[in-house]
Design a protein around this ligand. Sequence first.
Ligand code: ZN
Ligand code: ZN
Length: 467
Amino acid sequence: MRITFHGAAGEVTGSQHLVENQQHKILLDCGLFQGRREEAYRKNRHPTYDAAELEAVVLSHAHVDHSGKLPRLARLGFQGPVFATPITSDLCGPMLRDSAHVQQKDVEFANKIRGRKRQPLFNVLYGFEETEEILRRFESRDLHAPFDVAPGIRATFIEAGHVLGSAQVVLDLMERGRRFRLGFSGDLGRMHLPILKDPESLTDLDALIIESTYGNREHDPISESGPELCEVIRSTYAKGGKLIIPAFALERTQELLFMLARLKLSGDLPADMPVYVDSPLAIRCTEVFVQHPEAYDEETRALIEKGVNPFDFPGLHMVHSVEESMALNTAGRPMIIIAASGMMEAGRVLHHLHNSIEDPRTTILIVSYQAEHTLGRRIAERAPEVNIFGEPHKLRARVKILNTFSGHAGRSDLIAYARTVWKNSPRLKKVFVVHGEESQARPFMESLISWHGFECIYPRLGQTVEL
Ligand SMILES: [Zn+2]
Ligand SMILES: [Zn+2]
């Protein structure tokens, strides 16, 4: 039995781990590499394994850094099923179709520049056909219900509490009468996140693959989100301005809606301050949330019982058409606009910023990490002037940053989780630390080793380890 790390090894994106026993190969996650365009394109185009040899894929959750390369597999001859929880299967429809659209746009943009420089043109990574083909291969499996992936490989999904439908994966492997239990945290959520149930612990493991996105950082407490959001709403309303919240379409948008619904209930969201969700992908993801109330935590159920539905409350509007979206630009009254993309690099949020960023009555509320070299990062750093659609704009809006919303376990959450898994796993000796940059992963590994002397491995891309 062995495992080979084909992505999220030494970095955060491209989650792909190939697990094999004597005769069968399966893939845990099939994520896109993101980041510098040429490097990401090369790594996404040529996986370092043979897609046609894979028996199946087991998918932890719907984020594209875990699922976004699946359509590429269809193009490369993969014939097997993709196992995911029912909600992840539902979310992957809109997420992968959107990803196909983004691939198309990206290649067109890159080729325009390459054409001018007379460099060879890129082919699109995958199109709509492969996307539909891979979506037909999805097979849903419930949490806690073991299922066969391939001969000698059984899997069980366990709650991960990271986004709706997200799962950790336990693999029970068999080879020549020997058993081995491998746990994979996927992306691990935090306790008390809005809407989501808390992450569960894995038990009886021989080895654990754990993410480390925030292995050396803590988040501000989730409990501060409500009061902070309340203050931002009040001050923007008093000025008669717009509150623009750039947000990722999956999970962050729905968590914001939950917070806003709660403020509605407490009377802190003014009746004449409407809320607009202005992103086609966010609207589709929200529809999946509406279809799966069984996945909500108790807090969300309690809110609904009190008569406030986070996805359908008075004053909440889903903006479907471009015309409706444009109409918001001219409306000179206070309102809240939640729009993608989260890092302000694309999507309808750009039109709202273009229109309102020079208005001092506007507030831009940043609720997620802003990567280097993005418009979001420049705004977060309060650059006096930023370029939107190639035009310079003065940043006169108020910029407020909230670090309370992360969907990933912080350093102490990760350590507490690892401790619980270890307590429940007397045979656990090996820990593979993935999905984290070195500055996050190494300090986390040091603390794991310091309290239990685990064999900790920070695998290189392509590294194989015998289990
Ligand atoms: Zn994720
Ligand atoms: Zn991830």
